[in-house]
Design a protein around this ligand. Structure first.
Ligand code: TYD
Length: 208
């Protein structure tokens, strides 16, 4: 029987360096000859990338919060059924940039959509598939906005005000490790190298 792959997600506010860290971890796993895919949300499959374009472009107040939440979940369902689950079943590790916790933080804490409604979707749409491990990159919203100013292109979410980003950061920071959720909070106010050393050390100590 093939051993199921490990599902690792990266979460955090804007500019927290998730995508960079997800790529560094992916490269490390490949170098250790572990079959791994690197993917992202919203997106990850052709259909989910189409939904991503709808979600990230346009005016910051383009969507009603519940409609937006449903779009994120439509994208996630496609991603999960067509890419994540088939990979895990083949024994391939999956490193994913953002997952369900982002919907709780952005649409729930940020826009005020009911967390219970989001958790209900999580259970039904994701068939209770929880990541084996989630790294939450924690960065104060002021530093996060400073980093965003240095970027050229901003998506819809990045244009929202500091109050919104404060709520998002606070939600990520308060995420609690439970039996179902293996959340590891990492201080992202550090160099890329120092953050990645912590992440890889955790992987070495817990998986190899
Ligand atoms: P992206 O360019 O990938 O941003 P980042 O580099 O900060 O991850 O855009 C993803 C955006 O989508 C990000 O601003 C957060 C938002 N988002 C939600 O609001 N809800 C979600 O469930 C997910 C997955 C992302």
């Amino acid at each position: 029987m093939i051993k199921r792959g490990i599902f690792i997600t990266f979460e955090g506010g804007e500019g927290s360096g998730k995508s960079t860290q997800a790529k560094i971890l992916y490269d490390y796993l490949i170098q250790r000859q572990i079959s791994t895919i690197l993917t992202r949300e919203p997106g990850g499959t052709e259909q989910s990338e189409e939904i991503r374009n709808i979600l990230l472009s346009g005016n910051k107040n383009k969507w009603d919060g519940v409609s937006e939440t449903l779009l994120h979940y439509a994208s996630r369902r496609e991603h999960l059924k067509k890419k994540i689950i088939p990979a895990l079943e083949k024994g391939i590790w999956v490193v994913c940039d953002r997952y369900c916790l982002s919907t709780e933080a952005y649409q729930g804490a940020g826009y005020g959509v009911s967390i219970n409604f989001i958790k209900y979707l999580e259970k039904e749409v994701c068939e209770d598939l929880n990541p084996d491990l989630t790294f939450i990159l924690d960065l104060k919203e002021k530093e996060s906005l400073k980093r965003l100013e240095r970027r050229n292109e901003n998506n819809r979410y990045e244009d929202l005000d500091i109050g919104f980003h404060k709520k998002v950061s606070k939600y990520f920071k308060s995420a609690k490790k439970t039996k179902k959720n293996n959340f590891i909070i990492i201080n992202a106010d550090n160099t890329i190298d120092n953050v990645s050393k912590k992440i890889i050390l955790y992987i070495k100590q817990n998986f190899f």
